[in-house]
Design a protein around this ligand. Structure first.
Ligand code: FRU
Length: 525
């Protein structure tokens, strides 16, 4: 079958001429089998069927990572929002569970979070039972109010589970945070603030942030407003997250992640973040108000938030791999729509510009590697260099900048039809650009073919780690200083890489490798 053929090429290390490649998956039709439809990601989380947007309620509890998500099971476009649900013990293999939260008379269930009520502040756990309640805090979006033109259409509700998230009871006193007249009033991301012994809730309101605090998850008090005049305001703010983050040396800053519906660095929806301090009520930005920091320079990482209670002080982020504003509802997939990003571990690092958030693919992804091949020692000159690659792969490229004479270099991820995604490092401009304009199906959006670029800085070795799945690429640049996440929809799987250099040459150090990755969904393999 197609996968076997690609593996054979890979193991043999065959260098293919572009014309020599043949189709690796029947084009224009879904191959038979579970999770085998055309474009279906093989190691990213996707819903079994129907529509998915934001990750919700990311919580680690009793050995399980929960992934709830915005879900409309009846269609592949957005509709009445439910919370879909899956669990994983390793962030890589997911088990689908029944829908956790259904819309009700108060509204659709929009984005939100789940916390472990360790001290039973809510009283939801029966006293003396030893059980702990998982409490979901989410936005109710009332469509009748919206149709009637009422501004108070969004409010916050809670629900609890006493059986490891399997079943949920909505609180009879909902909404716990009614609306005072803000049309956009949503996406509570709750966590426990130990010094003040309060729950804290950053909430997106229009294009700024409000913070609420609570002793028990039921009574919420307004604490502060942030961001009316800070950061980027090209669109409505959505899905905030507020958490402390450490450097490897132990210095700590508070990070405010703030997703923004449109006008981000890539033109559409995207994610900015702020670095600062938080005293339990108020967030203070360390940077000048006009400074904008981006978590991802690609087009397809939106609504990302982090896990509550991740082990070992880890800060693990998952984003929705699509672009709300530009094309989320029109991507060319069949039975399902959209994917999550791979999980990423975040950390804080001091740079010449100040503290910044760095990210790397979550280490558990290493369990997906089924073949690894060193490709170091190669020099890429003006004639380029090609090799066959498995559809699912990680490229770990270490470019030697000390000997680099090229003005630009990079690689093309290609198929036999000449469709390609091009990743270019511009040595003089100090940028990395992804060009998916020739990547196959692009006509569903005028925005989709546009190029996106990230600024980078070079040290002696420039490291680029790229994770390719059937319809996406996530590139981690300069040891995690910048990231680019992009989707694509080729008519035939990409099966070849062509390295290129312009104006000189560049070498790959011996550390460089290409790793074939396993499918986590295809049960036949
Ligand atoms: C972000 C978002 C959230 C909202 C949800 C609705 O993608 O617009 O602000 O809660 O999606 O599905």
């Amino acid at each position: 079958m197609m996968q076997n053929r690609v593996i054979t090429l890979f193991l043999a290390g065959v260098f293919l001429a572009a014309a020599g490649c043949t189709a690796t998956r029947p084009s224009g039709q879904g191959a038979a089998g579970y999770y085998r439809e055309q474009h279906r990601p093989q190691y990213h989380f996707t819903p079994e069927s129907g529509w998915m947007n934001d990750p919700n309620g990311l919580v680690y509890y009793k050995g399980e990572y929960h992934l709830f998500y915005q879900h409309y099971p009846a269609s592949t476009v957005w509709g009445p929002m439910h919370w879909g649900h899956a669990v994983s013990t390793d962030l890589v293999h997911w088990e689908h569970l029944p829908i956790a939260l259904y819309p009700d008379s108060l509204g659709y269930i929009f984005s939100g979070s789940v916390v472990i009520d360790e001290n039973n502040t809510s009283g939801f756990a029966p006293p003396g039972s030893g059980e702990k309640a998982l409490v979901a805090v989410f936005t109710y979006h009332n469509m009748e109010y919206e149709r009637a033109g009422r501004r108070d259409r969004e409010s916050q509700g809670i629900a609890y589970s006493l059986d490891r998230g399997r079943t949920w009871t909505k609180y009879a006193g909902n909404p716990v945070l009614p609306n005072k007249g803000d049309v956009d009033f949503r996406d509570p991301k709750v966590s426990w603030h130990e010094p003040s012994k309060r729950w804290i809730m950053p909430l997106a309101v229009g294009d700024y942030l409000e913070i609420f605090v609570s002793p028990d998850l039921k009574k919420w008090e307004y604490a502060s407003t942030f961001g009316k005049n800070e950061g980027a305001h090209g669109g409505v703010w959505e899905c905030p997250d507020l958490f402390p983050l450490r450097t490897l040396e132990g210095a700590e800053k508070w990070i405010l992640i703030q997703n923004m519906g449109r006008g981000a660095v890539n033109g559409g929806s995207g994610t900015q973040y702020f670095v600062g301090s938080f005293d339990g009520r108020t967030f203070k930005n360390d940077n000048p108000p006009e400074k904008v920091l981006w978590l991802d320079y690609g087009a397809d990482n939106y609504a990302g938030v982090t896990y509550f209670n991740a082990p070992d002080n880890r800060r693990i982020l998952i984003g929705w791999m699509s672009n709300w504003f530009d094309y989320a509802q029109s991507t060319p997939t069949s039975t399902w729509r959209s994917s999550m990003t791979i999980p990423r571990d975040l950390w804080l690092q001091y740079t010449p510009e100040g503290y910044r958030v760095f990210q790397k693919p979550t280490p558990e992804l290493a369990s997906l590697v089924k073949n690894s091949r060193r490709i170091g020692g190669k020099t890429i000159g003006e004639t380029g260099w090609k090799m066959g690659v498995p559809v699912l792969h990680e490229l770990d490229l270490h470019f030697d900048m000390k000997t680099c004479s090229a003005t630009a270099y990079g690689y093309k991820l290609k198929n036999s039809r000449g469709e390609q995604v091009v990743i270019t490092v511009d040595v003089r401009q100090k940028t990395v650009t992804i060009d998916r304009s020739g990547s196959g199906k692009t006509s569903f959006s005028a925005e989709f073919p546009k190029k996106h670029s990230a600024p980078v800085s070079f040290t002696d070795v420039f490291r680029m780690r790229a994770y390719a799945d059937a319809s996406s690429l996530e590139v981690f640049l300069a040891d995690g200083a910048a990231c680019m996440s992009e989707t694509f929809f080729p008519n035939e799987d990409f099966s070849e890489i062509e390295f290129f250099a312009e104006g000189g040459s560049v070498s790959l150090t011996p550390m460089s490798s290409v790793n074939e990755l396993k499918s986590v969904w295809n049960k036949q393999k």
